[in-house]
Design a protein. Structure first.
Length: 483
């Protein structure tokens, strides 16, 4: 108790209310420190810091700014009140009060200077924003708004709000310009996105119409593009775009100026690429939309040329389709023919009893035969008479089993005892078919002569075939192969 008694004397020391109020104007509790109330100074300082931080970061609205102002006035008034609420008797600034006034000024002056500097800097930033807005200089506006710090927001409600809006507008315009650049390559989806973003700037960020018109002018100055067909896509999209009732509607005014030449050039490009259908469509679009234009005559010539090429292409396609059909049919014929010509053992193939046509077979020139069935004497025929490939044959010879023909001579042989041997011509039943049609040309039984009565002989057969020479075999087959 004896140690705490001096405190009331310290608290009771006279303080100039004006000096205390002025020191409290610093918002950091300077007046309270002058009164010896350190705890109150700390509390007030913490509350002030919290208010300023909230105001600078998340509550940039007028009503919260008024709250901060009311708090500032309340702190000043509270200091005045705690100091006695009136100046001391005598002079307002006695010697002792002059010292307190100096301390108060030392507390509040840095705050006032910082406040003044920040307000001055905000004015400079806003001047840069105004200049940037006037000229549409997005980089300058963005650089200016980047200079705004939390300290600036502590002394102003939403500083350079116009600059923030301009930055938003610039970002949208930059994105829109990128989409429009892509749209110049014929991407109508990108065009739609770019124009919608320009419309958003006009509708939601008023005051930036000049910048929007500048972006639109840059897009329109890029027309016509190097590719006339891309230009046609763009102009067709612009013509079909619904009016929005704003400055973007003037984009449709370039369509009648550029479309006729673009349609003709696009048609010519498609002609060079052989795309006659689309070329004709572009020429026809010109005649439908601009019938009296100077390019109408060129369009009519282009349509006439395209029609002829389209007809030629149709005939060529039909011919190719017919050739393909015939080729498929012949391949099927050939597969079926080869199946029918297959033999097992020495018998005749199915073709010999049920021939079919093979339309791809040669129709003229020297005959070459495909010999099936009995081929005993085939090797003696000239190579140019026969073939093993059915695609090179003109005839099919179905040769039956060898038979005894007319008797030629009877000879007597002795072996232990005498016996007679009669020699006969070789008889071959032969059917000749024309391969191309499957028609039966000849159904005959040819006989081949040859040498008889050789000496010696083996065996005791009394009926034997003559032994024909190559010339005799060829003489027998010649009428069937080379008539």
């Amino acid at each position: 108790m004896t140690q705490a008694e001096p405190r009331p004397k310290a608290a009771a020391r006279p303080r100039d209310p004006l000096a205390v109020a002025l020191a409290n104007a610093s918002l950091f509790g300077g007046g309270y420190l002058m009164l010896g109330r350190g705890q109150l100074a700390v509390v007030v300082t913490l509350i002030t810091a919290e208010l300023l931080i909230v105001f600078a970061s998340v509550a940039q609205v007028l009503w919260f700014g008024i709250v901060v102002l009311v708090w500032w006035v309340a702190v000043i008034a509270h200091g005045w009140y705690l100091a006695g609420g009136r100046p001391r008797r005598g002079r307002i600034w006695p010697n002792r009060s002059r010292r307190q006034g100096a301390i108060a000024l030392a507390c509040v002056l840095p705050v006032l200077l910082a406040f003044g500097f920040l307000r001055f800097d905000i004015a400079q930033i806003e001047g840069d924003v105004v200049a940037a807005h006037r000229t549409g200089d997005c980089p300058r506006a963005e650089a200016a708004t980047d200079r705004v710090s939390p300290a600036h927001r502590m002394v102003a409600v939403a500083p350079v709000a116009d600059g923030a809006n301009m930055v938003k507008a610039c970002a949208l315009l930059r994105t829109a310009t990128g989409h429009l650049d892509v749209g110049r390559a014929g991407d109508t989806a990108a065009l739609d996105t770019g124009f919608r973003q320009l419309s958003t700037v006009l509708a939601e960020l008023p005051g930036h119409e000049t910048m929007v018109q500048g972006a639109l002018d840059r897009f329109l100055d890029g027309l016509p593009t190097k590719d006339p067909c891309n230009t046609v896509k763009i102009l067709t999209w612009l013509a079909a775009r619904p009016p929005g009732g704003n400055g973007l509607d003037r984009a449709a005014q370039v369509v009648p100026q550029l479309a006729p030449a673009a349609l003709v050039d696009c048609g010519n490009k498609l002609v060079a690429a052989g795309d006659w259908e689309n070329a004709r469509a572009k020429y026809q679009q010109l005649l439908d939309q601009y019938p009296g234009h100077n390019f109408a005559a060129k369009a009519r010539e282009g349509i006439q040329q395209a029609n002829q090429k389209i007809e030629d292409a149709r005939i060529r396609r039909e011919r190719e389709a017919e050739e393909a059909r015939i080729r498929r049919e012949r391949e099927a014929e050939l597969a079926n023919l080869r199946r029918l010509l297959q033999t097992s053992g020495s018998g005749q193939p199915a073709y010999c009893s049920a021939p079919v046509p093979f339309t791809a077979a040669p129709s003229g020139g020297p005959n070459r035969a495909l010999i099936v069935g009995n081929k005993t004497y085939v090797d003696q025929l000239p190579a140019e008479w026969r073939t093993d490939d059915v695609t090179n044959a003109t005839r099919v010879l179905c040769v039956g089993t060898s038979e005894f023909g007319a008797a030629v001579r009877t000879c007597q042989y002795v072996y232990i005892e005498y016996f007679n041997v009669t020699f006969y011509r070789v008889a071959l039943p032969v059917r000749v078919y024309e391969l191309r049609t499957g028609r039966l040309v000849t159904d005959t039984r040819l006989e081949i002569s040859g040498a008889s009565c050789p000496d010696p002989i083996r065996g005791y057969d009394t009926k034997r075939y003559v032994t024909p020479s190559d010339s005799q075999i060829q003489a027998a087959f010649r009428p069937l192969i080379s008539p």
